[in-house]
Design a protein around this ligand. Structure first.
Ligand code: ARG
Length: 272
């Protein structure tokens, strides 16, 4: 198991200050204290497993900044930055500054893009998501840009359910040869594309488990941190011999975020 280097941001200013996905309701606020506890448990588990956590400072005007997965997609020394909804744009300069000051070249796009939340590395392949066409008609443009900038093959898949506004809610990468996905929230053509991926087995996840944020997991190929609200997927992964470590994520779910949203995979220093 290769130790990971993960970018995180403490949920010190976390709150539901706006509603940009169907999970968020300003009249249903998370407890910041409990959220920090849930996040700390995740951090501790990752560190105990030998992974390195790198922190970016939380900013008061950025209640969603703890969801670092959306900040960028990274490969080598290149960070292709997310271009988030207006409400989250105050995060952009902080992330751009962090990446440039940590030796990355940054690429910005004019198209809306959810960063690592909407683009998943499966080995050298990038599975990129786009939502209901009327809402995000330009997303396919950003997929072409990802292809050109990274020089990799992109598999574009479409989510059909607003609750799965980011692809990491619907698809989980366990290792370069194994993914898990919820068929019911992807269009038929996308399901086909997933089923025929070369050397990639795809486990089906029930809608209930996906709604419990089961797909929004962090895997190092051996150990898997997963939401405790996805019993089916937890059982399936255990049967396959993984060390499955369920965590509570309820406070972040009030903002539409799960375990994976809280971390962004970075390459190791020296490997770039
Ligand atoms: N409230 C955040 C938003 O809507 C949640 C982000 C979750 N991130 C993710 N990678 N799915 O932008």
């Amino acid at each position: 198991m290769q130790p990971k280097r993960i970018l995180m941001c403490k949920a010190e200013h976390f709150g539901v200050n706006f509603e940009i996905n169907p999970w968020m309701h300003k009249d249903n606020q998370p407890s910041r204290e409990k959220a920090l506890e849930q996040q700390d448990d995740i951090i501790k588990t990752l560190q105990d497993l030998g992974h390195q956590i790198v922190f970016i400072a939380p900013e008061p005007e950025c209640p969603d900044m703890c969801f670092t997965a959306n900040s960028a997609v990274v490969r080598g020394d290149l960070a292709f930055l997310g271009n988030l909804p207006t409400e989250r744009q105050p995060e952009h300069p902080h992330y751009e500054q962090w990446f440039t000051s940590h030796g990355f070249s940054v690429h910005t796009t004019k198209y809306r893009f959810g960063g690592g939340g909407d683009a998943l590395w499966v080995g050298d392949l990038l599975i990129a998501g786009y939502g209901p066409a009327t809402r995000r008609a330009t997303d396919l443009e950003v997929h072409k840009e990802l292809r050109d900038v990274f020089g990799v093959k992109i598999v574009s898949v479409q989510t059909t359910d607003e609750r799965f506004y980011d692809l990491d809610m619907a698809i989980a990468v366990i290792n370069p040869n194994l993914i898990a996905y919820c068929k019911e929230v992807l269009d038929q053509e996308s399901v086909m594309k997933i089923q025929v991926l070369d050397n990639v087995e795809a486990i089906e996840v029930s809608l209930e488990d996906a709604l419990g944020f089961g797909c929004n997991l962090i895997s190092d190929g051996k150990n898997i941190l997963i939401s405790d609200r996805a019993p089916g997927l937890i059982g399936e992964l255990r049967n396959r011999g993984f060390n499955v470590l369920p965590h509570s994520i309820g406070q972040f779910m009030l903002s539409g975020g799960g375990i994976r949203c809280l971390g962004l995979d970075l390459p190791h220093e020296g490997s770039r």
